[in-house]
Every structure is written in C-alpha cells, then in structure tokens.
Design a protein around this ligand. Structure first.
Ligand SMILES: Nc1ncnc2c1ncn2[C@@H]1O[C@H](COP(=O)(O)OP(=O)(O)OP(=O)(O)O)[C@@H](O)[C@H]1O
Ligand SMILES: [Mg+2]
Length: 280
C-alpha cells in the first residue's frame, strides 16, 4: 500500500563498509520514504547498527552513495546529521552518566540566554522545562530533569535517549533498539510515539529484535544478513516466521527456485530501482 511514495528522504545505493576483514555492509541499497516507518532486522552482527552509524556519519562508507532528499551527501558526523533533520537513538544510548537528564537531552546544543542582555549563559530553566515536557508528553516518563542519568533505571535511560533524539524536532528518526530495556507499558508509549511521528509526516527507521513490535509498527521491513539486504518486504503481507526464515537463511522467500548460494542483493517491488539493480 505504501510501497512507492514520491520523494525518498534518504537513498542509500551500493553502500559498502568494511572493518578489517569484516564486511559489515555489502552493496546495501535501501530507501527511506517520506512518512514511512521502515524496520531493519537481522541477526546479531548483521550490520544494522553499522547502517545507522553510516547514515549519521559516525562511519564513512567505503563505497556507494547516500542521497538526502535527492542530493548526494557526505554526512560528516552526528552534528551534521542533526542539521539535516536526523535524530538518532543509538543502541548503546550514548548518555553521559554524570550529567543530568536535562543536560543529556541538550548535550552539544545547550540553549543560551543573555544575562542582563549581554552575558550569554546556559538557560537551565528552559532546559529543565523542555526535558520534562518532552519526556512526559512523548513517552509518559516522569523523572526529575536534574537527576544524573547514572541513577536512572534502564527503561528511564532509554526514554532519555529517545527524548534526546527528539529535542531538535527532526524529520527523520533513527531508532536502534529503542525498547530493549523497556517494560510493556513503556513499549506501548514508544509504539504510540512512532505512530505519532508517522502521522505527522516523519520518517522512521526502527531496529528491534522483537519481531512482533517490528511487524506492528512498520510499513516495510528490510532484512539484513551478514551485511547485505536479503529483501525489503511490506509488513502487511509478511508473517513473523517468514521474516525469521529470511534472517537466518539469508535468502529471500522469492529465492526458493534459484540456486541457494547466489548471494545476490535483491531490491524488489518496494524499491523503485528494482529492475536495473543487481550486484556490482
Ligand atoms: N567499529 C567497529 N570496528 C570493527 N568491527 C566492527 C565495528 N563496528 C561493527 N563491527 C563489526 O561489524 C559487524 C556488524 O556489526 P553491527 O554492530 O552493525 O551489527 P548489528 O546488526 O547491529 O548487531 P546487534 O543486533 O548485535 O546489535 C559485526 O561483525 C561487528 O563486529
Ligand atoms: Mg546493533
């Protein structure tokens, strides 16, 4: 249904990323459309986090191209990614333990006010109020914004990391296992948040080992296996078992009648460039 909306937000074409002898991303071609939630699944080490980190410039690709709203870009790092409207929740959460909830939310972009109209100082009242608002409005989490995050529970830390991705009001939100430490109730809030984001025109990439969550939250699912895309499927037309089968075998369901070890990168119906693409 939502297979090909007009203008992709991000297009990744033939992207490679190697770490020594490990091919973490191998000829990855994938688009993120406007107003879609794209799931990214795969076994441990499949390359999911590497993909996210390549999109925000923590890693530079060894080959291939990334286009942002149609234009080729070199994303220099997370700051640049944020400027482009990308907000990210990293798998390791990347919080600074000694800093408060509010300081973590605004890390690297603290709001400033002028004392006496001249002397610039960090606007702590605004930070605290915004931190409280973002966490309670979007995630229904109520923590004191002045508490150092080292004292928070795992779920609260995860909420702070999600809040942190939302502070800059991004158009694109990348979520690398945002719910792994969350209670069922908190997962429901993240589901609502993702739905809210989609409804308000955002694009989301969701990495999640819980396939039920992925199936219910996403429009499409990209399956990664040892650094390559096995297939991209519509979430509506796929079962959990079929996703698992692709994750563990590395073969698309449509590969059944081809030779088992072809290793081709497949981009099908949901990729607009499908007919012309194959391995480089
Ligand atoms: N900075 C790095 N240096 C060396 N190897 C790396 C680095 N980052 C990732 N790798 C390797 O690249 C491969 C892909 O790792 P990645 O973290 O992307 O997997 P993942 O799909 O996110 O797995 P998980 O589900 O466990 O989070 C792994 O073999 C990993 O060891
Ligand atoms: Mg990962």
């Amino acid at each position: 249904m939502t297979t090909d909306t007009p203008k992709p937000r991000i297009e990744v074409e033939h992207v490679q990323k190697r770490f020594g002898t490990v091919e973490a991303l191998s000829d990855v071609t994938l688009t993120l459309e406007e107003n879609e939630v794209l799931g990214l699944v795969g076994d441990n080490g499949a390359g999911k986090s590497t993909f996210i980190k390549t999109l925000v410039g923590i890693h530079q690709p060894d080959g291939g191209e990334i286009r942002f709203e149609g234009e080729p870009v070199t994303i220099e790092g997370p700051k640049h990614a944020r400027k482009l409207g990308i907000g990210t929740v990293y798998q390791d959460l990347a919080l600074v333990d000694e800093l408060s909830v509010a300081e973590n939310l605004f890390l690297g972009r603290m709001p400033v006010k002028k004392l006496g109209g001249v002397l610039p100082i960090v606007d702590r009242e605004y930070m605290a109020a915004e931190a409280e608002r973002i966490l309670s409005e979007h995630l229904n989490i109520h923590v004191d914004p002045d508490t150092p995050v080292e004292y928070l529970s795992g779920g609260e830390r995860q909420a702070v990391a999600i809040g942190r991705a939302l502070v800059t009001d991004p158009d694109i939100v990348l979520l690398d296992e945002p719910t792994s430490a969350l209670s069922k109730a908190a997962v429901d809030h993240v589901e609502e948040l993702v739905e809210q984001l989609r409804e308000s025109g955002h694009s989301v990439i969701l990495i999640d080992h819980n396939l039920e969550e992925v199936l219910s939250m996403t429009d499409r699912i990209a399956v990664l296996f040892q650094g390559r895309i096995v297939d991209v499927v519509d979430s509506e037309n796929i079962t959990r078992d079929d996703v698992v089968s692709m994750m563990v075998s590395g073969h698309s369901l449509q590969d059944d009648d081809s030779e088992p070890d072809s290793g081709d990168t497949v981009s099908r119906k949901s990729e607009s460039s499908s007919s012309s693409s194959s391995t480089a």
